[in-house]
Design a protein around this ligand. Structure first.
Ligand SMILES: Cc1cc2nc3c(=O)[nH]c(=O)nc-3n(C[C@H](O)[C@H](O)[C@H](O)COP(=O)(O)OP(=O)(O)OC[C@H]3O[C@@H](n4cnc5c(N)ncnc54)[C@H](O)[C@@H]3O)c2cc1C
Length: 385
């Protein structure tokens, strides 16, 4: 049986970055992926993911995002692939909405460059966006998008270039960890290592039944439309990435036109749809296309144009929507990166770095207190006392 320093289970967004960071540190790495590289059956596909700094969810994400931007640029220059495009970004909604108020407080807390725009100013600067009179825009220059498939391919290539062994179309069916070593078993064999790093995305709760955190998988849909009147006015200088909290139930977001493409992507940030990776319905109903087209009609009026394509994707949600990153509470040889709750991709290279820190030296210089796998148990215990 071959023996490795670290086995990374799952080579999607996070696992590919972890495999690279580990191999770059001279670790003997085996990465195991059940499908092919950069497949479209998990959470890391659909050609674009928003990146932003003025993080509405919590100000603790901001320093992590700073480091992520540095690492995105390194991965770009090391791989020769185009991964990150800065376009600026705007968060729209009523002043008291969590999106707008949260983005403002993160920007203030970290002194981030940003502008608060009234609706007339938003319409003047970005004529494709037509907010209501009671809405505001928080514009920040340090936002844009990353390319998920290119990121997975780049990190896998870099990992292999640094000596990692990557197996595709091989599924981990069970694992065990003892005081001396860890082992994983696949359809093809059993492998031993000093450490395991689990990055199984929506499959995480199938493999990590005793993690102590409940993970809920949700089906979400991405849509592409060809705008009426051509794409030119949807180029990034006039149409940045945006998130829009139209009402408390409906946050949607979209992207500018990418060079060479005639279509733009839009999606609801969240629609109810609990599922599992084995049961997800991957067909998209006409009613789902109509629903988003109706939202766009009054807010990005020239966009709905012609519907071209829709695709499903999965979120893996924690109860508080913060990530899970840490050493497994019951297995010191096991490191977990999971529960990225629909907003993890922008952090991919940073998460690779943190997982590599945890798997090699057991700690990290980054503040990951928000992501402690034991936080649910700690909260329940303090509520009970
Ligand atoms: C529609 C949509 C829009 C999003 N938009 C944004 C955005 O704008 N900005 C942002 O920052 N984030 C966004 N996200 C979230 C982000 O994409 C995810 O947080 C991220 O992709 C999660 O990566 P992951 O590595 O955890 O999961 P995945 O990429 O799914 O990787 C898990 C991998 O593990 C493999 N695997 C699982 N089980 C096994 C096994 N037993 N054996 C071998 N391999 C296994 C899977 O095949 C898969 O390749 C979005 C997500 C979706 C779905």
């Amino acid at each position: 049986m071959s023996s490795y320093d670290v086995i990374v289970v799952g080579l999607g967004g996070m696992g590919s970055a972890a495999a690279y960071q580990l191999a770059a540190r001279g670790q003997r790495v085996l990465g195991i992926e059940q499908f092919q590289a950069a497949h479209d059956l998990g959470s890391s596909h659909g050609r674009s993911r928003i990146t932003r700094m003025a993080y509405a969810e919590h100000p603790s994400y901001v320093p992590l995002m700073r480091r992520a931007y540095e690492l995105w640029r390194h991965a770009e220059s090391d791989s020769g692939r185009r991964l990150l495009t800065m376009t600026g970004g705007i968060m729209l909604g009523r002043p008291e909405s969590p999106l707008v108020s949260g983005a403002r407080s993160s920007a203030q807390r970290w002194d981030l460059p940003h502008e608060v725009l009234d609706p007339a100013e938003v319409r003047r600067r970005f004529p494709t966006l037509t907010p209501g009179d009671d809405e505001l825009g928080v514009y920040e220059p340090d936002a844009g998008f990353v390319r998920p498939e290119a990121s997975v391919l780049a990190h896998n290539e870099l990992a292999e270039g640094a000596g990692a062994e990557l197996h595709y179309n091989e599924r981990v069916v069970r694992w065990q960890a003892t005081a001396d070593e860890a082992r994983v078993t696949t359809g093809q064999g059993t492998y031993a290592a000093g450490r395991l790093v689990f990055c199984a995305g929506p499959w995480s709760s199938q493999l990590l039944t005793n993690l102590g955190v409940s993970l809920v998988v949700e089906r979400q849909v991405m849509h592409w439309f060809e705008p009426g009147g051509g794409v030119a006015r949807f180029y990034p200088d006039r149409h940045p990435v945006y998130l829009w909290e139209a009402d408390p139930e409906s946050l949607f977001y979209g992207f500018p036109a990418q060079v060479g493409e005639d279509r733009l992507k839009v999606a609801f940030y969240h629609r109810p749809g609990v599922t599992t990776p084995d049961e997800i319905d991957r067909t998209v109903a006409q009613a789902e296309v109509h629903e988003i087209a109706e939202y766009l009609a009054s807010r990005v009026p020239s966009l709905p144009g012609r519907h071209v394509e829709s695709q499903t994707c999965m979120y893996t949600l924690t109860p508080d929507h913060d990530f899970i990153i840490g050493i497994h509470p019951e297995h010191p040889r096991v490191v977990v990166g999971a529960g990225f709750s629909g907003h993890g991709f922008k952090f991919v290279p940073l998460i690779g770095e943190v997982l590599a820190d945890l798997a090699t030296v057991g700690r990290t210089r980054h503040d990951i207190g928000l992501f402690d796998p034991k936080r649910d148990a700690a909260r329940a215990a303090s509520a009970a006392s």
